[in-house]
Design a protein around this ligand. Structure first.
Ligand SMILES: [Zn+2]
Length: 123
């Protein structure tokens, strides 16, 4: 029966926008790749969500209509939920290892995507 485990430190995925160089051509010469921040590889899904949230926040920073307010509300809710999941995950690490504490950690990780989940076949 397959079970799940988490794996930290998996090989980072090369950025497809800059092919791992960290630079993209612009009319003023090479510029830092906007997709990977110049690193050449993509960060974890957890970090990508925060980058995307900041991009959305910046894009709507000056919006005064209902859309700007809606976006700010949604991002505040996203961050509040992720903070709560981070605390739940940290508290579950303090518990003795048992099926319930493992399920709490996996559920929190589904929301945070801090660790890659891999399936393992039991021998
Ligand atoms: Zn890139």
């Amino acid at each position: 029966m397959p079970s799940e485990s988490t794996r930290e430190g998996h090989a980072p995925e090369q950025c497809k926008s800059c092919h791992g160089t960290g630079d993209v051509p612009s009319e003023h010469g090479p510029a830092r790749c906007p997709d990977c921040g110049g690193a050449g590889y993509l960060p974890s899904p957890h970090v990508l969500v925060e980058w995307r949230a900041r991009d959305i926040e910046r894009a709507h920073a000056g919006s005064t209509g209902s859309t700007g307010g809606d976006v700010r509300w949604l991002l505040a809710e996203l961050r509040r939920s992720r903070d709560a999941l981070t605390e739940i995950s940290a508290l579950a690490q303090e518990l003795d290892e048992n099926p319930i504490s493992a399920r709490i950690r996996f559920a929190a990780n589904r929301g945070l995507r801090l660790y890659e989940v891999v399936s393992e076949e039991k021998p």
